[in-house]
Unconditional design. Sequence first.
Length: 279
Amino acid sequence: PPLATAGPIFRTTMTQPLTVPPGQKIRLADFDPRYCGEWTKAQAEPEIEKHVSALSELTYRLYAEDRRSLLIVLQGIDTAGKDGTIRTVMRGVNPQVCRVTSFKQPSAEELDHDFLWRIHKAVPGRGEVGIFNRSHYEDVIVVRVHELVPEKIWKRRYDVINVFEEMLVESGTTILKFFLHISREEQKERLMARLADPTKRWKFSKNDLLERKRWDEYDRAFDDALTYCNTEAAPWHIVPADRKWYRNLAISRTIHEALAKIDPQFPPAEEGLEEVLID
Ligand code: AMP
Ligand code: MG
């Protein structure tokens, strides 16, 4: 069925929507991870450059304004491109303005608390951009696939997450959630590339192969997280990510649109600056 289209501002030729109206069942199988509309890499590259420099300017304003924040959540299976997205799309952002948090297996101290404890500590303050490389969604994805907590517990977490995110939004945070969607074939290519390249081999873990065996279970966990946590306040973006350039285009454009909508303003200067003399 035709679905609602993504943001109108920079919309050109994309027809596979990035977003789905809340309440609709999301099945990744309905989405093409190789989708790239009518774009070519050569057309996309200058466009990505434009968005990257717009992000530089708009995040500078967000920081100066010091009232609102932006939280970018990146989820996706191993090799989906979470690190590459941060490296490419956010490269123009002043490190003073943004903070990246990579969520790994919880520490003993983190496990001693509720699952949102470590997440809440990492959310961006006013004037800040927060980037989550993995997130609280691990607590309904990997935790479910590996049965780390009983179903009764993780099932409740969708509602808890929705209320938590809504609270952040009401407190002045814009939340952009990106699911980086790659195909099983593309993951194979990327894992092989990691093995073959001595500068990438450090990223390879035999554990990734065990996770890969659970592809279908992960897909079911993703489908449910995308479906149940796709809210008005914080909708999911399902990013076709087999082509890195298209992924970068879709994400940089979405962040640009969101910041343009926030439209952060420089605070007014002190009064009487016209008469100031500096000797
Ligand atoms: P990487 O992103 O490759 O550095 O790997 C981080 C690992 O930590 C992944 O295998 C995640 O699934 C795992 N991880 C992150 N958050 C959690 C969590 N809440 N519970 C269990 N494992 C987690
Ligand atoms: Mg890894």
